[in-house]
Design a protein around this ligand. Structure first.
Ligand SMILES: Cc1ncc(COP(=O)(O)O)c(C=O)c1O
Length: 365
C-alpha cells in the first residue's frame, strides 16, 4: 500500500539525471543494488553486521589508492555537511581553539557548522575567480592565528568549480598551528581520479569527499585523515551497543551509502573511474564552450571540476525557464546572474547541446 502511494507521489518528478543543476548523482545501477542490500544495516553496529567492518576497511584501502598514502585513516560519512562538522569538531577538540578561517566562497555548510559548534568564522577574501586570497589568509593568521583551530580550503567550489590554492593555504595554516580541512565534497572524486588533486604533506590535514555527487545515492561520503590521532576526538562511548564505543558523530545510520560507494569504486576500478570522470570533464567543457557561443560568460575559462557556471545576467530567470521547458532543471549560482550545469555520466553530447540551445533562446530574448 505504502509503496504504491509513494510511487504515485513521485509521479512527474525529475530523476537526478535531468536535475542538471543539482549535485545529486544519477546512481550507477550496481551502486543502487548495493545500496538496497544495505538499506537496513546499521553502520554504527559492526558487531552485529561484521561485513560493515569489511566495507570500512575496503573503503580505506580504495581511498588510499585514490588519494595517496597520506590518507592514514578514513571514516565513512553521510556527505559534505557531516564531513565538515566532523572535521571542525575534531580540530576544535585537538587544538583547544575556537575559530575557523574559510573563504567567502566556501560552502554554506561551513558557516552552519561554525554556528553549531559555537566557533567564530573568520572570512578570507577571494579573487575574481572566487579562489581564496592566500595573502589575506596569511594576514588574518598573523592577527588571529592563535585562535584558529582550522583553515578550510575548497577543492571544487560549489559556485564555479574552482580549486583553492591548497598547498599555499596549508603552509600558512600549519605555520600557525591550525588543522587544514580540504572540502573536496564536490571536486574530490573527479580531481583525484584524473590526477588533478595535489594534497600537501607536512601537517595535520583532513579531507572530505562525497560519492553521492557523482556515482551513488545519498547519503554517501568519507573523511580522510593524515594521521590516526586526528580522529581520536571522534571516539565516543556507546553504552548498550555491543562494542561499547563508536567512531563518528551520528548514532544509528544506514550503511547503504558506504556499500554503494565501495561497490561503485570496485566495479569501476582505477581506470574505469578515471574514464568516467574524464567524460564528465568533457561534458562540462562542452557546456562552457557552447554556453559562451550562446552568449553567456563562463565564470571560469575552463572547468577545473566537472561543472559549468555561466553568467547570463538579467536573463537568468528566462534561461532557467527555457531549460525547464525542455525538461532540464538548472540551478542558479550564488554569483548574481549566473547559472550552473553539473555534468553527469548519464548526459549525452546532445543533452548539453539542448541545454545550450535553451540558454541561447533566453539570451536572444
Ligand atoms: C563544496 C561543498 N561542500 C559541502 C557540500 C555539502 O555537501 P552535502 O550536501 O553532501 O552535505 C557541498 C554540496 O554541494 C559542496 O558543494
Amino acid at each position: 500500500m505504502l509503496a504504491a502511494w509513494t510511487t504515485v507521489l513521485r509521479r512527474g518528478e525529475q530523476g537526478p539525471c535531468r536535475a542538471a543543476g543539482s549535485m545529486v548523482a544519477e546512481p550507477l545501477p550496481v551502486a543502487l543494488e548495493a545500496y538496497t542490500a544495505y538499506a537496513a544495516v546499521n553502520l554504527n553496529d559492526p558487531d552485529t553486521w561484521p561485513s560493515v567492518s569489511a566495507l570500512v576497511a575496503e573503503l580505506s584501502s580504495l581511498l588510499r589508492r585514490l588519494l595517496g598514502p597520506w590518507a592514514a585513516a578514513v571514516i565513512p560519512t553521510g556527505g559534505g555537511s557531516e564531513s565538515v562538522l566532523t572535521a571542525l569538531y575534531a580540530a576544535r577538540e585537538l587544538t583547544g581553539r575556537d575559530a575557523v578561517a574559510a573563504s567567502a566562497a566556501a560552502h554554506a555548510s561551513v558557516a552552519k557548522t561554525a554556528r553549531l559548534l559555537g566557533m567564530r568564522l573568520l572570512r578570507v577574501p577571494v579573487d575574481e575567480e572566487l579562489r581564496m586570497d592566500v595573502e589575506a589568509l596569511e594576514a588574518l593568521l598573523e592577527r588571529e592565528g592563535r585562535r584558529v583551530a582550522a583553515v578550510v580550503v575548497t577543492a571544487g567550489l560549489t559556485d564555479n568549480g574552482a580549486v583553492d590554492p591548497i598547498a599555499e593555504a596549508a603552509e600558512a595554516a600549519w605555520t600557525h598551528g591550525a588543522v587544514v580541512y580540504v572540502d573536496a565534497a564536490w571536486g574530490g572524486l573527479p580531481l583525484a581520479a584524473t590526477g588533478r588533486l595535489r594534497v600537501p604533506r607536512g601537517g595535520p590535514l583532513l579531507l572530505g569527499l562525497d560519492f553521492h555527487k557523482h556515482l551513488v545515492p545519498p547519503p554517501s561520503g568519507a573523511l580522510a585523515a593524515s594521521g590516526e590521532p586526528l580522529l581520536e576526538p571522534l571516539v565516543f562511548e556507546a553504552p548498550y551497543m555491543p562494542l561499547g564505543r563508536q567512531l563518528g558523530l551520528p548514532w544509528t545510520r544506514t550503511a547503504a551509502g558506504l556499500a554503494a560507494a565501495v561497490e561503485a569504486l570496485h566495479r569501476l576500478g582505477t581506470q574505469g573511474l578515471e574514464l568516467l570522470m574524464e567524460r564528465l570533464y568533457r561534458l562540462a567543457g562542452l557546456m562552457t564552450r557552447l554556453g559562451e557561443e550562446a552568449g553567456a560568460e563562463p565564470l571560469l575559462p575552463r572547468p577545473e571540476t566537472p561543472l559549468a557556471a555561466l553568467r547570463v545576467g538579467e536573463r537568468l530567470g528566462e534561461a532557467l525557464s527555457a531549460a525547464k521547458r525542455r525538461g532540464w532543471v538548472l540551478y542558479p549560482s550564488s554569483v548574481p546572474g549566473a547559472l550552473r550545469y553539473v555534468a553527469k555520466w548519464c548526459h549525452r553530447v546532445s543533452d548539453v547541446e539542448e541545454i545550450a540551445e535553451a540558454i541561447r533562446e533566453a539570451l536572444r530574448g
